[in-house]
Design a protein around this ligand. Structure first.
Ligand SMILES: Cc1cc2nc3c(=O)[nH]c(=O)nc-3n(C[C@H](O)[C@H](O)[C@H](O)COP(=O)(O)O)c2cc1C
Length: 274
């Protein structure tokens, strides 16, 4: 079993010393050693577990205590079947025992204004942004709680590739929108610790410092030394790269438009994004 220090070294390559006060902390060790799980045992989790985890997830901070996020647990077989169909490009989804959808919910806030007779004077981008952030925080709360309970999870942003149909399917009214799905179940194999960008690039002190091509290339090489990509993305369009790492993979990924209609969907949900 790897220590917190060993996990952070593996993850980042440049993690400094871990203070003695934290070195033996089991909660931190578990968080540092986490990874998404996409292969699950077929059996469902025990009754009540998802509800308890949802309660823990909704105990996370919420912007101004506005509580603009909800969790939808998919139980109906027909709804689940349609979600599987919509997400058929993700081969792991059918084998995942539970799918949840984390929602941003700015509707309740607007209802409260109506009920209490006050104008809603914040109908701009922040209304959408705050609800999205609140929802993401709850999702991470759920993931941390589920992992602490021995379960595995994988977020599902591709659910937003079908935001309109998913909204109809789940009966989402205006100002309620899916932020991400979450697959949950009992892991069939331990999670893999994926190498992240060095902390020298992502933790700043006092002033922001930009990444350089060379530091990102060094990360590509370190990461490939641990777990190289099995195949290059979209070779038909971009060809076979002699050196293929994280940066080439991510640049290829976003060289092709994805969810370009999401802004239009969010506006149709009733949000003003100015
Ligand atoms: C908001 C969000 C959306 C994601 N969407 C998907 C998805 O649609 N499908 C998928 O297989 N993984 C998805 N993931 C999982 C990421 O691919 C995964 O976290 C990343 O590759 C890093 O791996 P790790 O979490 O094991 O370190 C998502 C993760 C996040 C945070």
């Amino acid at each position: 079993m790897k220590s917190l220090k060993e996990l952070l070294d593996l993850r980042f390559g440049d993690a400094g010393a871990v203070p003695d006060s934290l070195a033996g902390n089991e909660a931190l060790r578990r968080l540092a050693g986490r990874g998404v799980v996409r292969r699950f045992k077929p059996e469902p989790v025990a009754p009540g577990v998802l509800d308890t985890l949802a309660a823990v997830a909704l105990s996370t901070p919420s912007k101004s205590d506005l509580q603009q996020r909800d969790i939808l647990i998919v139980e109906d077989a027909a709804i689940r079947g349609r979600i599987n169909e919509l997400l058929k490009d993700q081969d792991w989804i059918p084998g995942c025992p539970h799918i949840l959808v984390f929602l941003g919910n700015n509707r309740r806030q607007r209802q409260v204004h109506e009920w209490r007779g006050h104008a809603f004077a914040n109908d701009h981008l922040d209304a959408f942004f705050n609800a999205a952030v609140d929802s993401a925080i709850a999702m991470e709360g759920f993931i941390a709680a589920a992992e602490a309970a021995g379960l595995g999870c994988c977020p599902i942003s591709v659910i937003r590739n079908h935001a309109e149909e998913v909204s109809r399917l789940l009966g989402l009214p205006d100002h309620v929108f899916p932020v991400a799905g979450l697959g949950v179940g009992i892991p069939a194999a331990p999670a893999f610790v994926s190498a992240r960008l060095p902390l020298g690039l992502t933790v700043h002190r006092d002033r922001y410092t930009d990444a350089t091509d060379e530091t990102v290339r060094a990360y590509d090489r370190r990461r490939n030394g641990i777990f190289p990509y099995r195949a290059q993305r979209n070779v038909a369009k971009f060809g076979e790269a002699p050196e293929y790492g994280w940066s080439e993979e991510k640049a290829r990924h976003y060289a092709v438009p994805e969810r370009a209609d999401f802004g239009a969907y969010v506006k149709r949900r009733g949000f003003k994004l100015e």
